[in-house]
Design a protein around this ligand. Structure first.
Ligand code: MG
Length: 386
């Protein structure tokens, strides 16, 4: 069989998704969406090489998702999907151009081996072939509120990926179409007069576009994350003279600081304990003993990242984290937005999955006397049903 490279397009910014983690790097069933797409091709007998096209802004996410898979260096894409594919093809042309290229959107992580085989085999007697699904719903054209007309759905298909072509054909077609705004490679091929055949796609080969799609994809994977666990965390650190307090990952200039072996960030410590609690995995002292000199003065973000990694390894997801800071001073309100932003980064979740609250204790107790600051946190985690 002719040499075939899978070109996986993951350069989109995923604006419809929101949150600090781009869509293609979000977790689906215990691994990033991109990794799942890459693995589907990497392990396939008809695929000789997998090349990914990414956004320059996502290099760190990319490394984290697939660093261990020994892939060739990623190609940096362009502003539109069409630009990214063209840049990917140009890069392949310069290195070792394959006979056949199979172009696939990273946002379709449920692609199955049988569909890859069907699309590849179609190229034995066709110049181009795409995975596609016949339309089953009746189509209506609306005017905003009402139906204007019903469209005949016979012969209508939904275009999926992968889409396979002879490399030289699709490279010239993309060069000729550069600058137009075509949404798939079949359209680029059609414009160049290349006949493209339709191959039945697995109906589960859905595209993940909105956050809701992640839940649907997880259900299709047979992992409905219905095992919900809650963990509680509590932490206190003493106030001593100083100039900076760290709370929920944000440094706040103050006339005192929190005393502790690390940066003494009570907010992050309570969150770490809540996460560990929900995983039934001990507490912060067990994982980061205060007696160990390596944690001295350490940014507590390190502890949070460590437990988020533990959670990923266990196939769990963060549903929500809520933290309450208890102090008379400093005032939390002016720093709340910065704390929320930092937490979404550290926990790798969307903004609606974190909450920071603050209260005084009405000048009562050690927090009221400003001897120390306390924090409590509740973490809700979801795991695949067992
Ligand atoms: Mg602590």
């Amino acid at each position: 069989m002719s040499n075939c490279t899978a070109l996986i397009v993951a350069a989109g910014t995923g604006e419809r998704f929101g949150g600090p983690v781009p869509k293609q790097y979000q977790d689906l069933g215990g691994m990033p969406i991109l990794r799942r797409s890459v693995l589907a091709f990497l392990g396939h007998p008809h695929i000789d090489k997998v090349q990914v096209v990414i956004s320059e802004a996502h290099i760190d996410h990319y490394e984290k998702a697939v660093a261990d898979l020994n892939l060739p260096k990623p190609i940096i894409g362009g502003p539109s999907r069409q630009d990214s594919v063209r840049l990917g093809l140009e890069a392949l042309a310069k290195s070792a151009p394959p006979a056949i290229v199979m172009i696939h959107d990273a946002a379709r992580p449920l692609i199955d081996a049988a569909t890859i085989t069907s699309v590849r085999k179609a190229l034995d007697h066709e110049r181009g072939a795409i995975a596609a699904k016949p339309l089953v719903d009746t189509l209506k054209r609306g005017n905003g509120t009402d139906i204007e007309t019903t469209i005949d759905r016979s012969n209508l298909w939904q275009a999926h990926t992968p889409q396979a072509f002879y490399f030289d054909d699709i490279l010239s077609a993309h060069r000729a179409a550069a600058g137009s705004q075509l949404t798939d490679d079949a359209a680029v091929a059609e414009k160049a007069g290349i006949n493209v055949s339709l191959v039945h796609s697995n109906p589960d080969n859905m595209k993940i576009t909105n956050p809701d799609d992640l839940d649907r994809a997880a259900r299709l994977l047979g992992q409905n994350f219905s095992d919900i666990r809650t963990g509680f965390g509590f932490d206190v650190h003493r106030l001593i003279p100083g100039d900076m307090i760290y709370l929920c990952g944000v440094g706040i200039p103050h006339h005192h600081q929190l005393e502790g072996h690390s940066d003494a960030d009570v907010g992050l410590h309570a969150i770490v304990d809540a996460l560990l609690g929900a995983m039934s995995a001990g507490d912060i002292g067990l994982h980061f003993p205060p007696s160990d000199p390596q944690w001295k003065g350490k940014d507590s973000a390190h502890f949070v990242r460590h437990v988020v990694r533990m959670l990923n390894e266990r196939g769990g997801l963060i549903s929500h984290v809520d933290v309450t800071l208890m102090c008379e001073q400093p005032r939390i309100g002016p720093h709340r937005e910065a704390m929320l932003k930092r937490l979404t980064e550290l926990l790798e979740v969307m903004p609606n999955r974190v909450s920071v609250k603050a209260t005084t204790t009405e000048r009562l107790g050690f927090t009221g006397r400003e001897e120390g600051i306390a924090a409590q946190a509740v973490a809700t985690l979801r795991f695949p049903a067992v």
